[in-house]
Ligand binder design. Structure first.
Ligand code: SF4
Length: 451
């Protein structure tokens, strides 16, 4: 795959292609640098949506609908002939992004495999057979004589899982260890170490093969990345690749909505009603200790800027607290500059963006720091106490803790949001400022409904 800066050549392949690719090798396509990044972001939206659906425990039928919707929304292209290219290019870009650590590889492999599984199920029978041939799976369809000897057992298994015992179905005889999910869920008949897999369950065979191919490819890509690509592409692709694995896919909340200005007199009320736990913790600590270290100051200050606190109010707010600890003069000398700096009024005058969850979750607070994400950085005891303080207890609290144990921190935050506001948050929480604006919206609607 060659990356170019400008003009895109037409797709090299004008012949009809299957809709589902096996991603065996990088395509000989020229890709504009902009598309390189944009396609990857679109695919990332699909994979993140899948990850969210799995973490929420969606059933297979719900996952099938979710995958179909995610694919339709994010992977379309104004030129239908380009959809296949977008699929392949985005996969190979994300392979580069996610080959770099064991943890990234594991996540990517799991999401791509799930995506493949559901896309395969959406293919016609004809295409499914073509894909099996393309995989060169060494399994032969069961011959009639052998089928007759096990027919009754096959019918029994089909009935036990609520499927029609269609005697026209083709069966494949495969070593049972190659279809662990079918064996685990007792969906196949097993005899002498072989599983008898009907055509409608063949997805398991293909997925096992797909997973194994991608897993090996990720290890190889990682070797190439470390030995050559990273250095060769250090001015062009490397910065994009490094940013993509940490990328946040929603609005940046640099500027609050026109209507979303907040005033100092309301700030305590807003903190207790609508701040997510990370910001509420910083806010409470600032009120309590009259001080926050650098990481906490920047995380909270940018959040406050994003929710609509004007610079003058921000300065007054920080000064009121810090003065109690270090005195007004020292605040003006040592701390006011960085508050103004976050608002783009000092230094390079960059308008800094409020931090998204991913950035906060991946921060590494030291002793005495209060920034970071409480779902990731608090002990279980402290997190339970904080949730109790927010009015989230009992079963709801246990569900939150369950997500935390499985390292789904944003989902834990989403469940907290849902418990507090008594309504579902289907988009999930991806940004503290999104938490705030969703919360405010719900509260305003409730007020309007009662007046
Ligand atoms: Fe804050 Fe995001 Fe963590 Fe929620 S998930 S506490 S919004 S960093």
């Amino acid at each position: 795959m060659e990356i170019v800066r400008s003009q895109r050549k037409p797709s090299i392949d004008a012949s009809p292609t299957p809709t589902l690719s096996l991603y065996r090798s990088a395509p000989p396509l020229e890709v504009r640098l902009e598309d390189f990044e944009l396609y990857a972001i679109d695919r990332l939206r699909v994979l993140k949506g899948i990850s969210d659906g799995l973490a929420r425990g969606k059933k297979p039928e719900e996952m099938e609908n979710l995958v179909r919707e995610l694919w339709k929304t994010n992977m379309r292209h104004q030129d239908p002939a380009e959809v296949m290219n977008k699929d392949i290019i985005s996969h190979f870009v994300l392979r580069l992004v996610y080959c770099r650590t064991e943890e990234l590889r594991k996540w990517f492999l799991s999401m791509e495999t799930t995506l493949f599984r559901y896309r395969f199920r959406l293919e016609s029978l004809e295409s499914q057979r073509m894909l099996m041939t393309e995989f060169q799976l060494p399994y032969k369809a069961l011959i009639h004589a052998e089928y007759e000897t096990v027919k009754d057992k096959l019918v029994q298994v089909a009935r036990s899982i609520g499927q029609s015992s269609n005697t026209d179905t083709i069966f494949f005889k495969v070593p049972f260890e190659e279809v662990p999910d079918l064996v685990g869920s007792r969906r196949v008949f097993i005899l002498k170490g072989f599983a008898y897999v009907p055509m409608n369950q063949v997805v398991s065979l293909v997925v096992t093969q797909f997973r194994s191919n991608i897993s090996k490819a990720l290890v190889l890509t990682n070797r190439k990345w470390t030995s050559t690509i990273k250095e060769q592409e250090k001015d062009r692709l490397t910065p994009i690749v490094e940013a993509l694995s940490n990328s946040y896919l929603g609005p940046d909340y640099t500027q609050p909505n026109e209507s979303a200005e907040i005033s100092l007199k309301d700030i305590d009320q807003l903190a207790s009603n609508s701040f997510p736990l990370c910001m509420r913790h910083l806010f409470d600590k600032l009120r309590e200790d009259h001080h926050l270290k650098h990481g906490g100051r920047i995380q909270l200050n940018l959040f406050l800027k994003g929710v609509g606190l004007k610079l003058d109010d921000a300065l007054a707010f920080w000064k009121e607290e810090f003065s109690k600890k270090v005195g007004a003069e020292r605040f003006d000398k040592e701390y006011a500059y960085s508050i103004r700096h976050n608002y783009g009024k000092e230094g390079k005058r960059t308008d800094y963006t409020p931090f998204a969850c991913q950035k906060i979750i991946s921060s590494t607070p030291s002793v005495g720091d209060h920034h970071g994400c409480p779902y990731r950085h608090f002990s279980e005891e402290n997190l339970r106490a904080a949730l109790n303080k927010m009015g989230v207890g009992g079963r709801q609290q246990d569900e939150v803790m369950d997500k935390v144990r499985n390292r789904h921190y944003q989902l834990a935050c989403t469940l907290t949001f849902e418990a507090i506001h008594g309504t579902s948050c289907d988009t999930g929480i991806n940004h503290p400022n999104q938490y705030f604006s969703n919360s405010q919206k719900i509260r305003q609607e409730k007020i309007q409904a009662t007046t």
